[in-house]
Design a protein around this ligand. Structure first.
Ligand SMILES: *Cc1c(COP(=O)(O)O)cnc(C)c1O
Length: 384
């Protein structure tokens, strides 16, 4: 089957799937065992080697965050500190436990949780800090951990963007309290949908193993031995959050391609940086792309007033763009009055995400940057 190229629209993001993934899925279908079994075990083992400590797979990144929080004992009456500038998944995972997400500001330089703001929002109800590794960068993660230590808080890293990022010389996920990843269709690697929880905490690992299978005790171990629990016990609230063999088969093939996926994303982000560095109107994240593996390429257009106009102009020239993110404290369900998120309020209207996925070409990046710079110049009156 030929790949469908929507008449030369440069897509913001997309899954990059080859014959390897297709064949792997067909093999699972042929074996006629689609649920959680050997393929999931194999993918988990490969992730465990990748991170050099135990990884558990679940149905998506949101479920990973939800289970991580539940395993820390987070529930009603507790507070979880999280930047407002994140996907609603982070917030939903927190409110799913009954806890309250406390929206924090972001640093104007890194778009990750602002350390000063974080400190002043800690109360005696705080239980967990959930830093979000925006676009693959982790900000001052060391500082987050030292604040957590001082205040006796746990850290659940939302590393949905940061699969493959290196921090302090090691992979994100290989260190830290509890680290959650997403393998949804457009993330750094995909398993269709999917997620993972990585930690050294044995108690958390054991809780997650049961909780992802409706709380059925030891069901993970039984499934991996090819047997099923007919008589079982349940001690806790669980969820149907396990990964399927179909998903794992895709993930295994993606992991084989990791090196090339990573170098392509890094290369494209560097190219964006060099094409945009001379514009005084554009702020780009100061990432070292030898270490940061970017999931999205977000720019801040300083002083932008009419983002939709700019996005429309780019779309007319075949460039799809996105918004990461509409802050969560603007949403009805999480609305917070007078929350004083100064940086978030200032920059969130100025953020635009440019196309980034491994199949974009250098030529396309240069074209996108030209379109952007021309639009900013020629239509300054209508967008600033
Ligand atoms: C993708 C994403 C998630 C959730 O992952 P899903 O697999 O889509 O559930 C959580 N947080 C952030 C920042 C994300 O981008």
């Amino acid at each position: 089957m030929e790949k469908i190229k929507k008449n030369s629209l440069i897509r913001l993001s997309k899954s990059c799937i080859g014959n390897e993934e297709k064949n792997a899925v067909l093999q699972v279908l042929d074996r006629e065992y689609l649920g959680m079994g050997n393929d999931v075990l194999k993918f988990e083992n490969q992730l465990t080697s990748f991170f050099n400590r135990e990884a558990l797979c679940v149905v998506n990144g949101t479920a990973a965050l939800h289970l991580a929080l539940q395993a820390c004992g987070v529930g009603p009456g507790d507070e979880v500190l999280v930047p407002s500038l994140t996907y609603v998944a982070s917030f939903q995972a927190i409110s799913a436990t009954g806890a309250k997400p406390v929206a924090c500001d972001v640093s104007i330089d890194t778009f990750t949780i602002d350390i000063k703001d974080l400190k002043q929002r800690i109360t005696n109800k705080s239980k967990v800090i959930m830093p979000v590794h925006f676009s693959g960068g982790v900000g001052d993660l060391d500082e987050v951990y030292s604040i957590a230590k001082e205040n006796n808080l746990r850290v659940v890293e939302d590393a949905a963007h940061a699969f493959g990022t290196i921090y302090n010389g090691t992979k994100i996920g290989s260190k830290g309290d509890i680290v959650c990843f997403s393998f949804d269709g457009i993330k750094n690697i995909t398993s269709g949908e999917g997620g993972a929880i990585v930690t050294s905490d044995k108690e958390v690992l054991n809780k997650v193993k049961d909780a992802r299978l409706l709380g059925v005790k030891n069901d993970t171990q039984k499934r991996y031995k090819g047997s099923r629990s007919w008589a079982f016990e349940v001690d806790e609230q669980g969820w149907r959050y396990h990964m399927s063999n179909i998903m794992a088969a895709i993930g295994i093939e993606q992991l084989k391609k990791f090196t090339s996926i990573a170098s392509s994303r890094k290369h494209l982000a560097k190219l964006y940086d060099s094409c945009l560095k001379n514009s005084s109107k554009i702020y780009t994240l100061k990432h070292d792309y030898n270490c940061v593996l970017p999931h999205i390429y977000v720019i801040r257009v300083i002083g932008l007033r009419n983002r939709e106009k700019l996005r429309e102009m780019l779309l007319l020239r075949g460039v799809e763009t996105g918004i990461h993110y509409q802050p969560n404290h603007y949403l009805n369900f999480y609305k917070i009055e007078g929350s004083n998120l100064f940086n978030t309020n200032q920059i969130s209207h100025e953020l635009i995400s440019l196309p980034l996925h491994p199949e974009i070409t250098d030529k396309e990046i240069k074209y996108i940057c030209n379109c952007l710079l021309e639009s900013l110049e020629k239509s300054a009156d209508s967008i600033f």
